[in-house]
Write a protein that binds this ligand. Structure first.
Ligand code: C2O
Ligand code: CU
Length: 544
């Protein structure tokens, strides 16, 4: 394949949104940042130059980085932050995935403004399995009123929460339903009677979203860098971290049509100010008809619509795209996923619930980042950085999705503990949502792999009733799974990528509170199945 080189210069830049000026950290002066593209089999070499005020890292979300965790990016997992005035060059070999992925900052909440599309076309000479005339990228995001870095530093200190954003955005613009925003609404111009491939990326920080286009059907054909069996729907539900490829035919009366997002948020009531919009604008001379046109997205608490959408997801299966679901599971994990709060330390004043500190966990362990990255500690065999006794099961069983109210009976500990996995294992993970202290959706993302989503449902996972519902013949192959609120989801993958790989909730507040863990997959029998040696130029760790 070809080699493409890119430079991402991170710098504080002024933007005006909602009639206010504000400086945010962005790449190459744009929000969202530049698109990186390649053909399958190509290599992308990216130099990240940090001209900002804080340490930052960049992650290639969904790129498997075979044997090369060194350039994956999560801070204190595979590298230390790139400090201000420093740079770091990452190599991303795109030999497995095809479709739409994205890149984003992976340090604190910097990804809110530091992100962009990563597009992988089929190998030259190969055709995209779904015909289309042109393509467009749509990035869903959020806009914060105050300085996000300061808010995050403050929340980390006090154990409190970060203020929610003041707008959702489509390609950086809030759209017609926010104040002072109409003029800059994103317009996607299209020609009539064509088929467009929309590459939709959710860079949203903390909510899942319904998305649709007035009077136009959406044909879903890909997700998370793999193809789906095509299915036509009036809306999609996309979680933070996920990417979806959708065909839209411009077969309606020439005009202007709203494209809308609507949060699937469990608790918040929807209102106009939570609706980002953009306009699908047909080229040509015609009497512009008045919009809005007909578009009704599911409501913010509509679990049925969210789940029925998830049931549409099936892999494309043909000779070129074989399905290889692991069938001989050798490693099984059952992980409770919960948001907790923990007691405030003596002498601190905490601003979390009831004067406590917010926390979140997997099997009651709240991820605590070390100050040297796990990968380096593993590679150099540094003692005392992390533990390896991650529990494969919750510390105790009860009705996780029942009315448990608080977490008094399910205490959480903050530790840096990883799960070792032997190379070649066939791994199954069941995520169990909990009602501690209140149920939420959690988009769980795994680095270094795509996995098959073989089942999901409401309530507690139960072998007798849950396993018979598994979809082994046609599961979707994805990298981020939206675990249903108060429900469970099961994934499978083959551990064929050695290295240190992070797994976490892609809701930033949950990840920040510790809803995360790391896997260490051992080396395989050959050099080709072993992790690469530590490359030169890794950012130094503080104090090392
Ligand atoms: Cu998209 Cu660990 O991230
Ligand atoms: Cu979560």
């Amino acid at each position: 394949g070809d080699v493409h080189t890119y430079t991402l210069v991170l710098q504080e830049t002024q933007f005006e949104r909602l009639c206010e000026n504000k400086s945010i950290l962005v790449a190459n002066g744009s929000f969202p940042g530049p698109t990186v593209w390649a053909h399958q089999g190509d290599t992308v070499v990216v130099t990240v130059v940090n001209n900002g005020n804080y340490g930052v890292t960049i992650h290639w979300h969904g790129a498997r980085q075979m044997c090369n965790p060194w350039h994956d990016g999560p801070e204190y997992v595979t590298q230390c932050p790139i400090q201000p005035k420093q740079n770091f060059t990452q190599t991303v070999v795109l030999d497995r995935e095809e479709g739409t992925l994205w890149w984003h900052a992976h340090s604190d909440w910097a990804r809110a403004s530091v992100h962009g599309a990563l597009i992988i076309y089929p190998k030259p000479g190969n055709e995209h399995p779904y015909k289309h005339d042109a393509e467009r990228t749509i990035i869903l995001g959020e806009w914060y009123e105050k300085n996000l870095t300061e808010m995050v530093i403050n929340a980390t200190r006090t154990g409190g929460d970060v203020d929610t954003s003041v707008a959702y955005t489509i390609n950086g613009q809030p759209g017609d339903f926010y104040h002072c925003s109409k003029e800059s609404t994103y317009r996607m111009t299209v020609d009539p009677n064509k088929t467009y491939l929309l590459r939709i990326i959710s860079a949203i920080m903390n909510e899942e979203m319904f998305f649709g286009i007035a009077d136009h059907a959406l044909t879903l054909v890909g997700m998370d860098g793999a193809y789906l069996d095509q299915v036509t729907t009036s809306y999609i539900m996309i979680a933070p971290g996920q990417t979806m490829d959708v065909l839209v035919m411009t077969d309606q009366e020439p005009g202007r049509y709203y494209m809308l997002g609507s949060p699937f948020a469990d608790t918040q009531a929807p209102s106009d100010t939570t609706t980002p919009s953009a306009i699908l604008h047909y080229n040509g001379g015609y009497e512009p008809r008045k919009y809005p046109n007909s578009i009704t997205l599911p409501g913010s608490t509509d679990r049925d619509s969210a789940e029925s959408f998830m049931r549409l997801l099936k892999s494309l299966a043909d000779d070129k795209h074989p399905i290889k679901v692991p069938l001989n599971i050798t490693k099984r994990l059952y992980l409770t996923v919960s948001v907790n709060n923990v007691e405030c330390a003596e002498g601190d004043t905490c601003e979390g619930p009831n004067g406590n500190r917010h926390s979140a966990s997997l099997n009651n362990i709240s991820w605590t980042a070390p100050n040297i990255d796990i990968l380096q500690a593993y590679y150099r065999k540094l003692p005392g950085i992390y533990y390896t006794d991650f529990p494969d099961q919750p510390p105790r069983y009860f009705n996780f999705t029942g009315d448990v109210g608080d977490n008094v009976t399910y205490p959480v500990v903050g530790r840096t503990v990883v799960e070792p996995i032997e190379y070649g294992s066939e791994v199954e993970i069941t995520f169990q949502g909990t009602n501690i202290p209140a149920a939420e959706n959690h988009p769980m993302h795994l680095h270094g792999y795509s996995f098959y989503l073989i089942g999901f449902g409401r309530g507690n996972f139960s072998p007798n009733t849950s396993i018979p519902t598994y979809n082994l013949p046609r599961p979707p192959k994805i990298n981020t799974v939206a675990i249903p609120k108060n429900g469970w989801a099961t994934i499978r993958f083959k551990a064929d990528n050695p290295g240190v790989w992070f797994m976490h909730c892609h809701l930033e507040r949950h990840a920040g509170w510790g809803m995360a863990m790391a896997f260490i997959v051992s080396n395989g029998p050959t050099k080709e199945t072993s992790m690469r040696d530590m490359p030169p130029g890794m950012p130094p760790c503080p104090g090392s």
